[in-house]
Design a protein around this ligand. Sequence first.
Ligand code: GLA
Length: 335
Amino acid sequence: MQAFVLRNGDVEVEAITYGAIITRVLAPDRRGEPGDVVLGFDTLDEYLEHSPYFGAVVGRYANRIAHGRFALDGVTYQLACNDGANHLHGGVRGFDKVLWTATPLSDDAMPGVTFLYDSADGDEGYPGTLSARVTYRLSGDGALHVRYHATTDRATIVNLTQHSYFNLAAGEGNVLGHQVVVNASRFTPVDAGLIPTGELRLVEGTPFDFRTPAALGARIDEPDGQLETAGGYDHNFVLDSVGDRALVLAARVVEPMSGRTLELRTTEPGLQLYSGNFLDGSIIGKGGRRYAHRSGFCLETQHFPDSPNHPEFPSAVLRPDGQYESESVFVFGVT
Ligand code: GLA
C-alpha cells in the first residue's frame, strides 16, 4: 500500500492505493485553523475490516442494481448481491476493496496522482475487461479535481463515484446543521430496497427541496414516506444540468460555525445525497473519534441507481469503441 499527499495553498489531501481512498482532507476554517473534514481511519487494517466506503472510489457500478441483474444486447448478466437482494457499490469486492497502482503527476502548480485498476472480464459478474483510471489533482484555489476514465473490450456498464464522508466542522457532532443547496428540481423516489421506482418526482413542497439553502437536518425527521424508507436522505437527485456534459455546480454546503464551505461541480446527471444514516456510533475512526449517527454526509456524483433496468434514465453503457469519462470538482473554502 502506498500513500500520496497532495498539498496546495492551505489544503492538503491524502490518498492511498487501497480503494483509491481519500484518507484525509485538511482544510482551514474561517480563522485559518486547519481541520480534517473527511471521516476515515488511522490504519489500513481498519479500512480492510469494516469501512462503510469511507473515502473510496466505488465501482464498477456505484449505487444499487435491482436483484443484481440486467440485460445488455440480449444477454442477461447476474452480478453479486451484497445488499439484501440487490447489488450495491460494485459487489462483494468492489473497486473500494482492491489495490490500485499509482503514478504521481509531475505538475507543481497542480499536484496530483493517477490510480489505475484493470478489472477482469466477469469480475463480480460484470462483462468485459474494464481498465479504470481515477486522477486526483489539487489546484491552488482549494479545488480537488477528480477525473474518471474507463475503457472496455466488451459492452458493459460503468458508473464510478467518490464516497467521501464529509464533516465540515471537523468535529465529533452530526452534520445536521450544515446548510445545503442541491441544484435539482427532481429526485428518484425509491422502494423498500432503495431501488428507484422509475418516477422522477418534483422536490417542490417536499423535504427534498434544497434549491434554496436549508439545514440538512431541518426536515430530516418529517413524516415523509421517502425519508422514512431510507432512514433519512439516501436519494439520487436529478441535477438540473442533466444532459449537459459540462462541469456544472451541483451542490454547495456551508458549515455555519467553522465557516467552511464545500462546492461541488460535476459532469454527471445525478447526485446521491446520503446523510450518514447507517452510522450508528459503532465505528471508531481517526483519532479515536466515534462516528455518531449522521456525523458525515456524502455527495456521490453518479448516473442514476439501477439505470441498466431503466431505459428512460441516462445510459450507463460503455462499449469497446467508446470511453467512459466523468469529472467532479470539490472546492473547499470559507465564508
Ligand atoms: C451509499 C448508499 C447507502 C449506503 C452507503 C454506505 O450512500 O446509497 O445506502 O449503502 O452508501 O453505507
